[in-house]
Write a protein that binds this ligand. Sequence first.
Ligand code: BDR
Ligand code: CA
Length: 306
Amino acid sequence: MVKLIIDTDPGIDDAMAIFWAAASPKIDLVGLTTVFGNVTAQTATRNALRLVEWAGLDCPVAHGADVPQIMPPFKPSAHVHGREGFGDIPAGEPTGRALDESAAEFLVRMAAEHVGELVVCPIGPLTNIAAAMRLDPDFVGNVKEFVIMGGSLDAGGNITPDAEANIYHDPHAAADVFASGARIKMVGLDVTHQTLCTASDFSVMAHAAPRLGGLLQQMSTFYLDFYETVGKFNGCSLHDPAAVIACVYPELFKTQGAVLRVSVEGVDVGRTYADASAGWAETQVCVGVDAPAVLRLFKSGISSLD
Ligand code: BDR
Ligand code: CA
């Protein structure tokens, strides 16, 4: 059983990742922490609470960073995830509310309560993780592993030619996290651009699990339309689900150690690149994936939800 916190900016593929985690008997979901990115942080918290309620999860939600560490605030990615984060679907209002402590405080407290056991899976900008590091110098050492959806070693970017979106939205936070000495696995575009899901895959899941699989199918039409405008993929990328799946099925991913830096200014801002001379701990970068197995697992998890 993996004790897991997902740090998220829901987001259509975030919703897919959280529903998959809800279905997995191998995951003990300790909580969700929210961050700006695909949507504002306020909307991210509202959406996270809705996902918890839709999935019948019993886990707390902690509200996180509203803006990047240093960069000016960003416009949410409404063209990818819709105005409210779930494509064309209105999220509605949750009945529950977020914890009184912040995302960074919750991360620090959970890591200290579960020393060496907690896996943290950030699937949005890394602002909360960097904030938790500043709050508690023991945080990084207390966490068993960070499995980060973000970055790219050799696959180029998705928000600019060089940068992946989660890193681009807070490059300073990402730079701090990669240089922190934490145990990190990076599930970036090198593997998520190979891990695709088509409209007919979503139909299969909606048929098997009409309520939650059906919700994802409805959300996915917006996301698939965006991918069609990009023009180079057959389907949409399972970015965030791939990272959560990597937390429990690491054997499906081939990794390569690299000391990572993040460009924090200039035309390539947000680019992640290897620089052995940097002198801090290596990140395990996912460079290969058994994509059919990840897709199979994703579909069977979602199909089992209702
Ligand atoms: C990442 O950026 C966001 O748009 C997605 O939710 C995912 O976390 C992919 O680059
Ligand atoms: Ca995300």
